[in-house]
Design a binder for this molecule. Structure first.
Ligand SMILES: [Zn+2]
Length: 468
């Protein structure tokens, strides 16, 4: 649907409010709101309060509040990170849309890897650099700026109901997510859920995410000896834990680097699925060194979106500086397995555990702890809200959106669909291939931010005219 003359005030309000939106993004980036265990709670509280104030300032909401949910742990209960909720009631007969983003961020990691200070918003060309500048404080700003513009332009004619849920612990595993939804169900209930926490094809082509892989992460402890011993005395006859771990890990992939675990399934891409990136694009986006070849088989979409993957993300072993001539008795390995759409995370973990136990060399002992599971997800693109979102993206960006899968996981998506089974879920975002979310030198392209706000403001305006 082309932008109608009646929608021009919405576009004007987005344009007028954009410099302020960029300023708000900078202010939020300055708050190091990391929800990982061991990080202070205070920045999360000030970040939540700042987001609540922004929503209050829109003047559009009947209620804005910062809330925490109690959730069950192994030893009892704990309190989740502060989340922001808000609600504007729908006019009779109009739908309600729930806008989701998260205000917590990944830790900055090693500061020397950053070109600019991680919590100091810094404009470099068209990109605002800083931890959380994109993931997902730009998602928060998109919702705030879109509501602001739509309400300024339409006033009481903004008839769509709007619920807001800005989570405070997405990067830390959304521990209290389900408890929070249960405790705030009626406040957050909606016909459509817009999740602003995903990627775009490029800075000029928007995407609607149509599939997400699930994940299984675990820590493996591989042990062969009761204690360390001299490698000269026993090496060659007594198996050390590093040898056993290397052999065990090697069994997880075949010669092409494709996953070789029986029982981990691959999905058949649904009809009309996106083609995915080319090999050249993968090489560029993932920054493969000269001469390094991609792993796996099939199209890049088959490998990234519809197939499983296994990655070793950490190993606890003696470091080189402290290496002495000993046989190491045990090694700890953290592995991260991405699960193809169509397979439950629990079933995938069972297949992985079976494989590991069957391939343990030399009778080594294996302990598996810290298991974390998230289910994959295929988004239904056939509903009215998906059509409305595609049209709004096309008009907001001036380019037709592409359906894309993402290789990453957003485990809370399946929780959302369980709690709100009738709602249509739309996964949008403000990232692009240069965003470097979770990595040093994360940044947000401001052109993308502006287009994302425009598209969402148009969607809110159009839903205000739609029968719910
Ligand atoms: Zn995120």
């Amino acid at each position: 649907m082309p932008v109608e003359p009646a929608e021009q005030p919405v576009l004007d309000a987005v344009a007028a409010g954009f410099p302020a939106a960029v300023g708000v993004l900078g202010r939020l980036v300055r708050i190091p709101s990391v929800a990982f265990p061991g990080f202070p709670d205070e920045p999360l509280t000030s970040s939540a309060d700042a987001v609540a104030q922004l929503l209050q300032d829109t003047g559009a909401f009947d209620l804005v509040d910062v809330r925490r949910a109690e959730y069950a742990t192994e030893g009892g209960t704990a309190l989740g990170s502060p989340a922001i909720v808000a609600r504007r009631s729908a006019a009779p007969g109009r739908p309600t849309v729930l806008l989701y983003a998260h205000h917590d961020v990944q830790p900055a990691g090693r500061p020397e890897l950053w070109d600019t200070p991680p919590f100091e918003p810094t404009l470099v060309g068209e990109r605002l650099h800083g931890r959380g500048a994109s993931d997902d404080k730009a998602g928060v700003v998109t919702h705030v700026a879109a509501v602001t513009a739509a309400f300024e332009a339409l006033g009481d004619a903004l008839e769509v109901g709007i619920a807001i849920f800005v989570e405070g612990e997405e990067e830390a595993g959304s521990r209290s997510f389900d408890a929070f939804l249960a405790a705030n169900h009626d406040l957050l209930d909606a016909d459509v859920i817009v999740v602003a926490d995903s990627d775009n094809v490029s800075t000029t082509v928007p995407a609607l995410t149509s599939s997400l892989r699930g994940n299984v992460t675990a820590v493996l402890e591989i042990a062969t000896l009761d204690h360390a011993s001299h490698s000269g005395m026993f090496g060659g006859a007594a198996p050390d834990a590093v040898l056993a771990a290397v052999r065990l890990l090697d069994s997880l992939w075949d010669a092409d680097g494709a996953v070789a675990v029986a029982g981990l399934t691959t999905a058949r891409p649904p009809a009309g699925s996106p083609a995915g990136p080319s090999i050249a694009q993968l090489v560029a986006d993932a920054a493969l060194l000269p001469g390094v070849r991609p792993i796996g088989r099939g199209t890049i979409a088959d490998r990234l979106w519809y197939g499983p993957s296994i990655t070793v993300t950490g190993i606890d072993v003696t470091d080189v500086l402290n290496a002495s001539n000993t046989l190491l008795p045990s090694v700890r390995v953290r592995i991260s397995c991405r699960v193809a759409p169509g397979q439950g995370a629990e079933e995938a973990f069972a297949a992985l555990e079976r494989h590991l136990r069957e391939h343990l060399p030399f009778g080594a002992h294996l302990g598996i702890t810290d298991v974390d599971l998230g289910d994959p997800f295929l988004v239904d693109q056939s509903g009215w809200a998906a059509a409305a979102a595609r049209a709004a993206l096309a008009d907001g960006w001036g380019a037709e959106p592409e359906l894309t899968g993402i290789g990453g996981s957003i485990p809370f998506i399946s929780t959302l669909t369980e709690r709100f089974p009738a709602a249509e879920i739309l996964i949008t975002g403000v990232e692009d291939p240069d965003t470097r979310a979770h990595s040093p030198n994360e940044s947000q392209d401001l052109g993308v931010l502006r287009k994302a706000i425009t598209a969402e403001a148009l969607l809110l305006a159009r839903l205000s005219r739609r029968a719910g």
